[in-house]
Design a protein around this ligand. Structure first.
Ligand code: ZN
Length: 925
C-alpha cells in the first residue's frame, strides 16, 4: 500500500504537512501497545485454510448489496469442536453454514456465535473435528456495498457523455478488511489459494487477481452473468481483490509474453494511461532481474479508482490506485506528477515480490513490506529515469523526514508488536515506510551492493509463497556477507540491525576533539527534539563509521569498515592542525553528528568559501545544515552558529542544500507564525531568498531537469509565501490573463510547474470571482491531478465565509467533495494564517458531524484534531483545545490516543517557545 499525499501550493509544505499527518498517527503508539491485548484479536492456530472457493454477486443497480457463498477447505492441527475465523459487518445466513469432511460427511453445526468487537465468528460442531483432518466450511452471506472506502465498497464518476452517475464496486482489504467482504482467516500467514467467481449485471465487467477463464449466463437471473477466474497462487487474504465496473482497458506492450499487462480506468480517462502502460512492464521486468525471480502470475492489471482511501494497493495481479497516482495527461502533468506516478507504480510492483510472494508473518514486520517496496521503488524510478538523479533526492528527503519525526519520545520502533486492526492501520506511517527504506539503504552501503542483492535473492528464493520475519532477512544477508567476506565473521547483520529496528529513535554520534593531543573521542546517545533532564543511557546503536577530513578530502567511501558498538567509546588519533573532520559519508547512515564548536567553525569557514564549499559532498552539506538546526533546538549548539552557517547559501547553487536549509527554517516559521514577529521572519526570509530568487524570478521561463524544476518551484513558493512583491505581482497578472482567456479549461496559460503556487496566490489575494472561477475549473476538469491542485488552492482564500462554505461542502450526506479528499481540504484551509482560525472553529462546531461522516474510521477525526493542535504553541491554546476535548468525549472515542498525543506536541511547542523564541528573533533581525 502507499500512503496518500496532500498536494499543497507552498513547495516545502507538502513534506511538512505529510509529517504532521503522520505525527499524530505515530505519537499514539506507546499508549496503544500497552492498552490492548493482542491475543484477543488473533486466530487460534488449530486450523489453516488450504483453499477458498468464493462466489460473490454484486448488485449495483439500485440496492448496493452483495451476496455470496464461501467454501473454505481447512486442515485441522489440533482436536477441537470450534472453528474460529473473521467476519465483520456481514449478514451470515447461519442456517446455511455447513461443516463437512472431504468425503462429504456433514458435521452438524450446534451453534454460531459472533464477537463483533473482535470481528470474530465461532462455528461450533456437535462432533469433534480431528487433528490431521481436512474439512470444508461453507458460509452463505450478504453485505452492503458501503461508501466507507474499505472492504467491498462503491465508487462513482460522472459520465460526461450521458451526464449520468456511473457506479462501480471494488475491494480494499489491507490490512484487515477482507473480513468485511467475506468470512475468512484474515491474517497474513494464513495463505491459501482462491477460486473466485463474480456474478454481475450483463452490461458490466469484472476483474480479479487472476485471469478470466470464462463467462456464463447466470441461471437465477437473465440480466446477470457469472465470471469465473483461474485458481490463484497461495496468497494472504489482504491481497485478494475484485472489481465490477464499466471501465475500459488498454493493453500494454509486455516485456514478457507470458505476462499480459493491462491498464484500466473509466472510459473518459483511459487516454491518460500512456505512462503507466509504458512504465509498468519495464519496472516489472527490472524487478524480475533484480530479484532473479519470475513474476509468477500470467497477467497484471493496474486500475485507477475514482474513490480511494490510500494512494495505491498492491493486490496480486490487480493493483488499484487513486487516479492521481496512476493517470497522467502529458499536456498538463508536472514533473512532480510524473515522478509520483512512476514512484507509486514502482512501489506497488515491488510488492509483487516483497509482500505478495514473501509476506511478513505478522503485521509487526510490516516494515519488511513497506520499507522494502519504498527502497526498491526508488531504484525502479532511477532505472526508468536515470537522468533525474532522483535516488539522491529521495535519500536526502527521507533522511530529513525520518530524523524529524523519529526525534519524538513517542515515536515507535520499525518492528513493532501490534494486535487490533486499529493498531495495524496506524503503522502505515513514515517509520515503516521511510525509516524502513532508509535502513535498507544504510545496510546496502555497509554490506555493498552485490552482497545486499544476493542476500535478498536468497531470502526471496527461500521463503517464496510463504511467510518470513525480519530475522529471516538478517540470516540470509549474514550468510551471504560471511560467504563473500563483506562482514567480519564475528559480526552478524542481526547484531547490527536489531539495534536499528527494535529500538525507537536514532543516535547522535558525538565527536569530541582534543586539540592539544589530537585525540578524537566518539560516543553516542539518543537524539530527542527536547532534551530530557536525564540522558537515556540505555539506548545504543551499532553505528557504521565513515569519515573524512579537511587535509585529505574524500567523501566517496560509504562502506564502513568499523562500527561504534555499544560497549566502548572509540578514540582516534588525528593531526591537531586539521581544520575539520566530517563523519557519515554521503549521509549513508541514519544518525546525526555533533561536533565541538571549533570543528563546526572549521566546517563553516569552508562552506563560506565560494571556491571551497563544494569540496564537501552535496549530501553532507544537507546533513550539516539539518544537524545544526536540530542541535540548536536542543541547545547543544547556539542558534547563532546555525544562522552563521546559513550565510554560505549566498553561493550555494544546488537544490538539496537549499531544501535542507528551508526545511530547517520551517519549524521556526511555524513557531513565529501568527505572532507579532511574523513580519520580522518574513523580512529575514526575503533577504535570504533574494539572490537565488533573482535566478528564478521569471515565472514564464521554463527550467529543465528534475532537480532544477523542484528548486525553482520551492524558491518561488517561499518567495510568494514570504510576501515578495514581484512574486505576488507576477502570479496575479498571470492568473488574471488566464481568467479572461477564451476556453480557460483547454487553454491554461499558466506555467505548468508553478500552477499550484499561482492558483494559491490568486485565491489568497482575490475574492469570490477568482474563487468561483477556479471552482468551475475544478468541476469541469477530467484530470485527477489537476483537480487535486485546484482543491488545495481553493483553501488559500482569505475570505472567511468562502472558507466556511468550502469546509461545509466536505462532510455530510450532501458533500460535494469526495470523501477521500475531505481531509485535503481541511489541511489546506487549516494551513493558512486566516484559515487556521476558520478550520479550528469548524472542528469545534462540527465535531459531531465529522465524527459521524468518517465512521467506522475513528482515526480520521483524530487527524482533524492533530492538524489544528500541532500548530498551537501557547498555554492559552492548550487550555482551549483541552476544554474542547473534555466536552466532546463521545465523538472522539476512536481517536482519544491521537488526541492525548496532540496535547503532548503542543506542550513541546510551548517549551521550545519559552526557551528559544527571543534568541531566534535576535538572529533574524
Ligand atoms: Zn506499500
Amino acid at each position: 500500500m502507499i500512503i496518500a499525499l496532500c498536494v499543497t501550493s507552498t513547495g516545502l509544505n507538502m513534506q511538512a504537512i505529510k509529517m504532521r499527518f503522520i505525527i499524530s498517527l505515530t505519537l499514539l503508539w506507546a499508549v496503544v501497545c500497552s492498552a490492548l491485548n493482542s491475543s484477543e484479536f488473533r486466530l487460534p492456530d488449530n486450523f489453516k485454510p488450504i483453499s477458498y472457493r468464493l462466489d460473490v454477486t454484486t448488485h449495483l443497480d439500485d440496492k448496493f448489496v452483495f451476496e455470496g457463498v464461501v467454501d473454505i477447505k481447512i486442515i485441522c492441527s489440533q482436536d477441537t469442536d470450534t472453528v474460529v475465523l473473521h467476519s465483520s459487518n456481514l449478514n451470515i445466513n447461519t442456517k446455511g453454514v455447513v461443516v463437512a469432511n472431504n468425503d462429504g460427511k456433514i458435521f452438524p453445526v450446534s451453534s454460531i456465535e459472533f464477537i463483533s468487537k473482535n470481528e470474530l465468528m465461532f462455528v461450533k460442531s456437535s462432533e469433534k473435528l480431528k487433528s490431521g483432518g481436512e474439512y470444508v466450511l461453507t458460509i452463505p452471506f450478504t453485505g452492503n456495498i458501503t461508501d466507507d472506502l474499505v472492504g467491498y465498497y462503491k465508487s462513482s464518476y460522472l459520465d460526461k457523455d450521458t451526464n449520468q452517475t456511473k457506479w462501480l464496486a471494488v475491494t480494499q482489504f489491507e490490512p484487515a478488511d477482507a473480513r468485511r467482504a467475506f468470512p475468512c482467516f484474515d491474517e497474513p500467514a494464513m495463505k491459501a489459494t482462491f477460486k473466485i467467481r463474480l456474478g454481475h449485471q450483463k452490461d458490466l465487467t469484472s476483474v480479479s487477481n487472476m485471469r478470466l477463464l470464462k463467462t456464463t449466463p447466470m441461471p437465477s437471473n437473465p440480466d446477470y452473468v457469472l465470471d469465473e477466474f483461474e485458481d490463484s497462487v497461495p496468497m494472504s487474504t489482504y491481497l485478494v481483490a475484485y472489481m465490477v465496473s464499466d471501465f475500459a482497458f488498454v493493453d500494454s506492450e509486455s516485456q514478457d509474453d507470458e505476462v499480459k499487462f493491462r491498464i484500466l480506468a473509466r472510459k473518459g480517462a483511459v487516454d491518460q494511461t500512456e505512462l503507466a502502460k509504458l512504465a509498468g512492464p519495464l519496472v516489472l521486468k527490472y524487478y524480475e532481474d533484480y530479484f532473479d525471480e519470475k513474476f509468477p502470475l500470467t497477467k497484471q492489471d493496474m486500475v485507477a479508482i475514482p474513490d480511494f482511501s490510500a494512494g495505491a494497493m498492491e493486490n496480486w495481479g490487480l493493483v488499484t490506485y487513486r487516479e492521481t497516482e496512476l493517470l497522467i495527461d502529458p499536456t498538463v502533468a508536472t514533473s512532480a506528477n510524473i515522478h509520483r506516478v512512476a514512484e507509486v507504480i514502482a512501489h506497488e510492483l515491488a510488492h509483487q515480490w516483497f509482500g505478495n510472494l514473501v509476506t511478513m508473518k505478522w503485521w509487526t514486520d510490516l516494515w519488511l513490506n513497506e520499507g522494502f517496496a519504498t527502497y526498491v521503488a526508488a531504484r525502479g524510478v532511477d532505472f526508468l529515469y536515470p537522468e533525474w538523479n532522483s535516488f539522491q533526492v529521495e535519500t536526502a528527503q527521507n533522511f530529513l523526514q525520518v530524523l524529524g519525526l523519529d526525534s519524538l519520545k513517542t515515536s515507535h520502533p520499525v518492528s513493532v508488536p501490534v494486535g487490533h486492526p486499529d493498531e495495524i492501520a496506524q503503522i502505515f506511517d513514515t517509520i515503516s515506510y521511510t525509516k524502513g527504506s532508509f535502513l535498507l539503504h544504510m545496510m546496502n552501503s555497509f554490506l555493498g551492493e552485490e552482497t545486499f542483492k544476493q542476500g535478498i535473492r536468497n531470502y526471496i528464493d527461500k521463503h517464496k509463497f510463504s511467510n518470513a520475519e525480519q530475522d529471516d532477512l538478517w540470516s540470509s544477508l549474514t550468510d551471504e556477507a560471511h560467504r563473500v567476506g563483506s562482514l567480519d565473521k564475528n559480526t552478524t547483520v542481526k547484531e547490527i540491525m536489531d539495534t536499528w529496528t527494535l529500538q525507537t529513535g536514532y543516535p547522535v554520534l558525538k565527536v569530541t576533539r582534543d586539540y592539544s593531543s589530537g585525540m578524537v573521542t566518539l560516543s553516542q546517545e539518543r537524539y530527542l527534539a527536547i532534551k530530557p533532564n536525564v540522558t537515556d543511557q540505555k539506548s545504543c546503536w551499532m553505528i557504521p563509521l565513515t569519515m573524512t577530513n579537511s587535509a585529505d578530502v574524500n567523501f566517496n567511501n560509504t562502506k564502513a569498515e568499523i562500527f561504534l558498538d555499544c560497549k566502548t567509546n572509540v578514540t582516534l588519533s588525528m593531526s591537531k592542525d586539521i581544520g575539520w573532520i566530517i563523519f557519515n559519508m554521503q549521509m549513508a547512515g541514519l544518525f546525526r553528528v555533533l561536533y565541538d564548536s571549533r570543528n563546526w567553525m572549521g566546517i563553516i569557514s569552508t562552506l563560506n568559501d565560494p571556491n571551497g564549499f563544494e569540496k564537501i559532498h552535496t549530501l553532507n552539506r544537507v546533513q550539516l545544515i539539518n544537524d545544526i538546526f536540530s542541535f540548536s533546538k536542543t541547545g547543544d549548539v547556539e542558534y547563532g552558529i546555525a544562522f552563521h552557517m546559513l550565510k554560505y547559501l549566498k553561493h550555494e547553487k544546488e537544490y538539496l542544500p537549499w531544501m535542507a536549509a528551508l526545511n530547517g527554517l520551517e519549524p521556526i516559521n511555524k513557531l513565529l507564525k501568527r505572532t507579532s514577529n511574523q513580519g520580522e521572519v518574513q523580512n529575514y526570509m526575503r533577504r535570504l531568498l533574494s539572490p537565488v530568487y533573482t535566478n528564478f524570478r521569471n515565472m514564464n521561463e521554463e527550467v529543465k531537469g528534475f532537480e532544477e524544476i523542484r528548486f525553482k518551484n520551492m524558491i518561488i513558493a517561499q518567495a510568494c509565501r514570504n510576501q515578495m512583491k514581484d512574486c505576488i505581482h507576477q502570479s496575479l497578472e498571470l492568473f488574471s490573463n488566464w481568467m479572461t482567456a477564451e476556453d480557460p479549461d483547454n487553454n491554461n496559460l499558466l506555467p505548468r510547474e508553478l500552477k499550484s503556487i499561482i492558483y494559491c496566490q490568486a485565491i489568497k489575494n482575490g475574492g469570490v470571482d477568482e474563487w468561483d472561477f477556479l471552482w468551475e475549473r475544478y468541476q469541469r476538469s477530467n484530470i485527477a491531478s489537476e483537480k487535486a491542485k485546484l482543491l488545495s488552492a481553493l483553501g488559500c482564500s482569505s475570505e472567511t465565509w468562502l472558507l466556511n462554505r468550502y469546509l461545509n461542502w466536505t462532510i455530510g450526506d450532501n458533500a460535494v467533495i469526495r470523501k477521500q479528499d475531505a481531509i485535503t481540504v481541511f489541511y489546506s484551509v487549516a494551513s493558512s494564517d486566516i484559515g487556521f482560525y476558520v478550520a479550528k472553529d469548524f472542528l469545534y462546531r462540527k465535531i459531531a458531524d465529522i465524527s459521524q461522516y468518517f465512521q467506522p474510521r475513528g482515526d480520521r477525526v483524530g487527524r482533524y484534531v492533530s492538524v489544528i493542535g500541532s500548530q498551537m504553541k501557547t498555554v492559552e491554546e492548550l487550555d482551549e483545545i483541552q476544554t474542547f476535548i473534555d466536552k466532546s468525549p463521545s465523538y472522539l472515542k476512536g481517536a482519544d490516543l491521537t488526541i492525548n498525543q496532540t496535547i503532548e506536541t503542543i506542550k513541546i511547542n510551548i517549551e521550545w517557545t519559552d526557551k528559544f523564541y527571543k534568541q531566534i528573533i535576535t538572529h533574524m533581525l
